[in-house]
Design a protein around this ligand. Sequence first.
Ligand code: SAM
Ligand code: SF4
Length: 456
Amino acid sequence: MMKIINEDEIQELMTLRASRSEVREILQKGEEMKGLGLDDCAKLLSIQDSELLEMLFASAKKIKIAIYGPRIVLFAPLYCSNFCVNDCEYCAFHVRNQAPRKKLTLKEVREQVEILEAMGHKRLLLEFGEHPIENSIDYVVDVIKTIYATKEGQGEIRRVNVNIAATTVENYRRLKEAGIGTYQLFQETYHKPTYKKMHNGPKADYERQITALLKAFEAGIDDLGIGVLFGLYDFRFEVLALVQYAQFMDKILGVGPHTISVPRFQPAHTVNFDLKHQVSDQDFLKLIAVLRLAVPYTGMIISTRERPEIRRQAFAVGISQASAASRTEPGGYSGKKEQSAEGQFNLNDHRSLDEVVQDICRLGYLPSFCTTCYRVGRTGDVFMKLAKAGKIHQMCQPNALLTFKEYLLDYATPATRQIGERSILNHLNAIENLEAKDTLVRNLKNLEQGERDLYI
Ligand code: SAM
Ligand code: SF4
């Protein structure tokens, strides 16, 4: 069996501390945007001093702007089924929860998608519990096909990312054929003893979980998303393990993770365990900043588990993608405004997509609904090569502006449209290449005249 995570090495690295001058040197190295070694990450994670922390945040911010510009890519999760055979300690969908289960019919999938499209969403992340019969691969593929076929007015979902339990190469091939974007799977915790304590059922197999992404890659899926559930074990261990896993992917697959998600544990119905490793807000921002320096070309995702204030701060130090207006119960988008007990966990950002978009503009960022890369084959190492050569920016920025313009034309409230149009002008003015700017201005006009789905 391959050893992907070296727990002893990580535990030893966690004892490292850095002097002020060492921190300065590491940050300088980080700003070269070639990534950082594990020892440097461990030293940055040990920072307690507020002045050094501010320096870390400033470096992370520089890298974020240099690679991702002002863009924040928006998406929504779609919970399709909460049937699950596992008994994960932390999740309300665990078998011990006696509440009735719900699985969307394809008609209900269509209804949920129409609601999401009417908000302006173009990217979805599908979520399923693990259930070989209820959530069979045939069902998952039917859901994906239904989503892509649901087009109402100007609405359409152009990228479906998927988060299903670890499965076989054969099943991953089916997902690839159905046209998924990223396949995400979180290790939850890389710390084996904790993993054992937290899981019961097929997911309790640590090896199955940690090798699943390799199987997905073998099946041809080369945009892979990793993550841990922060709060299960020491966040410093988890960050170092994430970086070690990313380095392993790079070495073995020739492509690092497409995204890293940073979910933090949230209270949930029927979930009750001794939370010894809760991550404070400050440590949460610190770990995002360290990841930004460690793996600069990997997108980072924040969800509505986090409060708006934390999301805003996280955008500054490294987050490039965010969910908005999410519900975590199957069928939740047609439900009432309050959270229901059928959700997977409690959420802390209850704003509408329009409110989130407006907030992002006010902060000086640019909301993006872009889905171009995987539709034109810029995935895996093709994407990474462009990103590392600094070229992806030239495509992402115009595409972000075009998809944001579509949003403003088709879905925004008048107040958001006004702020958004101003924001588009500001971002346009920052484009130095006159030829590129001209093409973009022409395309923005074409959108005003009714054309849609324009990208480069
Ligand atoms: N069932 C699949 C699996 O376990 O891989 C799909 C993922 S589940 C629907 C999505 C993610 O939610 C989990 O991987 C876990 O990290 C996260 N999650 C579960 N319970 C949570 C909680 N109480 N607070 C925050 N995130 C939670
Ligand atoms: Fe099931 Fe996934 Fe929740 Fe575990 S985390 S109980 S596998 S839905």
